[in-house]
Write a protein that binds this ligand. Structure first.
Ligand code: IFM
Length: 448
């Protein structure tokens, strides 16, 4: 864990103009199923037994749809410069195609609310609410998803594009494709290598098509948010080294190499190529659209070993011995430094990088009206220090967003896992800023 002296870092230790913020996502906080919104594949996934802890869903979540002014006030009061939020496809296009004006009006007010408070709006277009009507047509396994997504991107940007500071197409394509179509852990819950191969490709195709469309409209500052998992081999045996390389390829190289090199890693194609959509190679130019920035989400590391006598990718997790968060994720800040430096060195050079998510879940409780989460303070400042070390090594990191502003709906984990700087009582919706919120606010104060 970090030496506590790292808690002394402040905004003045970072380059002038460095952006500090917090991140959320629509389904995890807004509440859903009203305001003209359509159903998404998360509603049906959650309604199916054994997918989500206690079958909890996002119907109420943090009721942010009605409480957003107070939530934005919390960001402002912590001296943040920006807010990373997502727009919900199912709210804006309930059937996946036709616009719901009420949905766009909501985001219009939200973006204006950010600007009134001096917060730069960092928008994400897809943070996982595939409209059910499109999921019925195969969702990410259907090649047409690229055009559906570009239509949604265009409609949303026509309304908000004049005021948002940055747009990310997709949040965490690895989760959209692999976690959801191979591992079955997120919606739509498939465990099928053919579905996974298609989703792995189509999610990037949709990204490329949306960037092309928005660029054509003159929209600036377009990026994508990728998640990364530091991977260590369980031993130096050739089998474990190869397993670690496969995991690194699936998680950490597939998406960035698709975009920046217009190729996919050989170690992954070895398992996926026979399941890929026909002619996928011809899509790589569209996928490799120029980016204006890259978002890096980072949480943890994994140690992996070869799993003998199992089908490709034949990998198994080996429990690590570092301190863990409430998610059971090892705390390893060096991994963040490593990925920021690696992205700059191997893939994007001087392209602006943002840490678009980093944070930890903890079983926080309110005592005498306050929450003491010193462990999160340590986690946060250790990762800020890792970010600073990457900057010192030349990575062009321009901002850091803590995940998350609020305790919220942690997908398959329901409401148990608390990632927020602000505690939410899900019965009363009372917000209680935690000690980590106050520590970050002190670090970000400008003293003027
Ligand atoms: O809550 C999620 C978020 O939606 C995407 N990135 C990881 C977070 C923690 O699991």
């Amino acid at each position: 864990m970090s030496p506590i002296s790292e808690a002394k870092l402040s905004r003045f230790d970072f380059p002038e103009g460095f952006v500090f913020g917090a991140a959320t996502a629509a389904y995890q906080i807004e509440g859903s199923g009203f305001g003209g919104a359509g159903a998404s594949h998360w509603d049906t996934f959650a309604a199916t037994p054994n997918n989500v802890v206690r079958a909890e869903d996002g119907r109420v979540a943090c009721d942010h749809y009605h409480r957003w002014p107070a939530d934005l006030d919390l960001l402002q009061a912590a001296h943040m410069d920006a807010y990373r939020f997502s727009t919900s496809w199912a709210r804006i296009m309930p059937d996946g195609r036709k616009i719901n004006p009420e949905g766009l009006d909501f985001y219009d007010r939200l973006v204006d609310g950010m600007l009134e408070r001096g917060l730069k709006p960092f928008q994400t277009l897809y943070h996982w609410e595939m409209p059910s009507a499109l999921a019925d047509l195969g969702g990410w396994t259907n090649r047409d998803v690229a055009e559906w997504f570009a239509d949604y991107a265009e409609a949303t940007t026509r309304r908000l594009g004049d005021r948002v500071a940055a747009i990310a197409t997709i949040n965490e394509p690895w989760c959209v494709a692999w976690l959801s179509h191979f591992m079955g852990i997120h919606a739509p819950g498939h465990r099928d290598i053919r579905a996974a191969a298609r989703a792995m490709h189509h999610v990037l195709l949709a990204h490329g098509r949306a960037v092309q469309r928005l660029r054509g409209m003159g929209q600036a500052n377009l990026g994508i948010v990728l998640n990364f998992d530091h991977t260590d081999p369980a031993s130096q045996s050739p089998e474990d080294l190869a397993a670690a390389d496969r995991w690194d390829g699936i998680f950490n190289r597939w998406f960035i190499e698709g975009i920046t090199r217009k190729t996919y890693p050989e170690a992954v194609l070895a398992g996926l190529s026979s399941h890929m959509p026909q002619g996928w190679e011809k899509d790589m130019d569209l996928i490799g659209q120029k980016l204006d920035w890259l978002g890096v989400n980072y949480y943890t590391r994994h140690t992996v070993a070869a799993a003998k006598d199992t089908p490709w990718p034949a990998i198994r997790d080996v429990p690590g011995n570092l301190p863990k968060t409430q998610m059971g994720w090892e705390i390893y800040p060096q991994g963040l430094e490593g990925f920021l430096v690696r992205m700059a060195r191997d893939y994007v050079g001087d392209l602006p990088l943002y840490v678009t998510e980093n944070g930890m879940a903890n079983a926080d409780v309110v005592e005498d009206g306050a929450v003491s989460d010193r462990i999160r303070e340590d986690y946060l400042f250790a990762h800020l220090a890792a970010t600073k070390r990457a900057i010192d090594q030349g990575a062009q990191v321009k901002g850091f967003f803590y995940w998350s502003l609020l305790d919220n709906y942690e997908w398959a984990e329901g409401y148990d896992k608390r990632f927020g700087l602000v505690h939410v009582d899900f019965q009363t919706q009372k917000r209680t800023p935690k000690s980590s919120y106050h520590a970050l606010a002190r670090a970000l104060a400008r003293n003027d």
